[in-house]
Design a protein around this ligand. Structure first.
Ligand code: EPZ
Length: 432
């Protein structure tokens, strides 16, 4: 096991290059199942989630390579239609192979993904979508076993009680691209990651319009060419390093970033008094200051992203006043609060909100990550805390942040990745 050891107090100054987007590349990789030709995907971040998706593609009869941030995928055995529990259960996004398998191979047996610490994470909207397209499926021993031989274009309402679904929209988009006729997806997720997927599918020969809005139209085609696609910059990595600049009162320029994809986040960061300047088409400069409080409510895009909620709470824990942060997408996504309190933060959780009384200084402590963004929040807190912070279970970070300790150290952070052997007693207790 590894941990980060951070000596807080250093201002971060310099340039950080943002990597390709985890949340865009995962459905993009699933989409390579839609063609029998070789696909090339560029600017792919070297993440454990990416490597897991490549394992799933290999289980589904594809040859893959991954070198210098470039992935190639060549399907060779189209009879492989089973995505197994031991792989799919590790990462919800792998459920996105369902749509492409139904489109290209007309059959699929995909394990249900199960939940995780941030919520139940149901897939009822995914299943509503494939059923509307004429797919016959059954839930059998934890698997979705589906027959897509009679798929027809149709109008699908994909909205749920928490708004739209990102991976659900991606799955149904990929299920519909070769369905005979025209499909309309109403209350589609308008996230940039969905728009990127649609752009790649169109470059493969699909006929999709409206991606990036709440209504997407898909005219079914007979087949798709292989892809050659450049992954967009990671929005959440951008937000995380922006907060790293703010929380250390530093001055960072985030290279290879897309300002226009985080408008709600920038507005809230500016409300804390942080200076945010777009200094080039693909660069944003962040200059930290005394942090002022602000109130945040997460929403589907273009609202404030739930994935930036935990990192933002770390910042507001040091603000000059009281902030309230509410998560309408994942009401239980507050595992980071207890750990921040151990670092001296003054936070009270109330239903799906955190009430944060800013403190002058956080203090270094041993803390434990619970999910990707909660662990990132603890690293951010450690960068400003007085003394030493040890962040345990950083395997969560390796899912979604490429070379995080190197990127932080290059701009002045005192951070090391170190080995440690968790005591049996602690791990038993935590498992209880
Ligand atoms: C995507 O997850 C992201 N992951 C998540 O990022 C992100 O938090 C989430 O969108 C919300 O923005 C990827 O894109 C790989 P959802 P996704 O389906 O698509 C409910 C990270 O940290 N819902 O959009 O799986 C659900 O319960 C990760 O990078 C249903 O009710 O999330 C939730 O409340 C974490 N039924 C809301 O919709 C369904 O069938 C959004 O879920 C599907 C979803």
């Amino acid at each position: 096991m590894h941990k980060f050891v951070i000596e807080g107090g250093e201002k971060l100054i310099g340039d950080v290059r943002i990597s390709g987007s985890k949340n865009e590349v995962l459905p993009i990789l699933a989409a390579t199942l839609l063609s029998e030709e070789k696909s090339v995907i560029r600017n792919v971040p070297n993440l454990s989630d990416v490597r897991l998706m490549l394992e799933i593609l290999e289980e589904l009869g594809c040859r893959t390579t991954f070198e210098n941030h470039t992935v190639t995928v060549t399907p060779y055995d189209l009879n492989r239609i089973v995505a197994s529990y031991d792989l799919v259960s590790q990462m919800r996004a792998s459920f996105c192979v369902l749509g492409p398998l139904l489109s290209s191979r007309k059959r699929a047996e995909v394990s249900l993904p199960g939940g995780c610490v941030i919520g139940v994470r149901p897939v009822d909207l995914h299943l509503r979508g494939i059923k509307a397209l004429g797919v016959n499926y059954e839930l059998d021993h934890g698997y979705v076993k589906a027959d897509g031989r009679n798929m027809r274009g149709t109008r699908i309402f994909l909205g749920g009680n928490s708004g739209s679904t990102v991976t659900g929209t991606a799955n149904i988009l990929m299920a519909a691209v070769m369905a005979k006729g025209t499909t309309f997806i109403e209350q589609a997720a308008p996230e940039p990651e969905v728009e990127g997927l649609a752009n790649m599918l169109n470059s493969m020969g699909a006929k999709i319009s409206g991606a990036g809005s709440h209504r997407i139209e898909i005219q079914g085609v007979d087949s798709l060419r292989g892809a050659d696609y450049d992954v967009q910059p990671d929005r959440m990595e951008t937000a995380t390093y922006a907060i790293a600049a703010a929380i250390t009162k530093g001055d960072l320029t985030l290279r290879n970033s897309k300002y226009e994809n985080l408008i709600a986040f920038w507005e809230k960061l500016k409300e804390t008094g942080t200076q945010v300047d777009q200094v080039a088409d693909d660069a944003v400069r962040i200059q930290g200051c005394e942090i002022q409080p602000t109130d945040i409510v997460t929403f589907s895009y273009p609202g404030f992203p739930t994935d930036a909620q935990a990192p933002m709470i770390a910042l507001l824990a040091t603000a000059n006043g009281i902030s309230i942060v509410t998560d309408t997408i994942y009401p239980d996504r507050f595992m980071h609060v207890a750990e921040l309190i151990r670092m001296g933060a003054d936070i009270r959780k109330q239903n799906n909100s955190a009430i944060i009384h800013g403190v002058k200084n956080l203090s270094g402590a041993q803390v434990m990550g619970a999910d990707l963004r909660a662990t990132a929040a603890l690293v951010l807190a450690g960068l400003t805390a007085k003394g030493t912070t040890e962040v345990h279970r950083i395997y969560h970070l390796d899912r979604g942040y490429e070379q995080m300790e190197q990127k932080l150290a290059q701009v002045g952070a005192n951070i090391q990745r170190a080995e440690y052997n968790p005591s049996r007693r602690k791990s038993d207790r935590n498992a209880a």
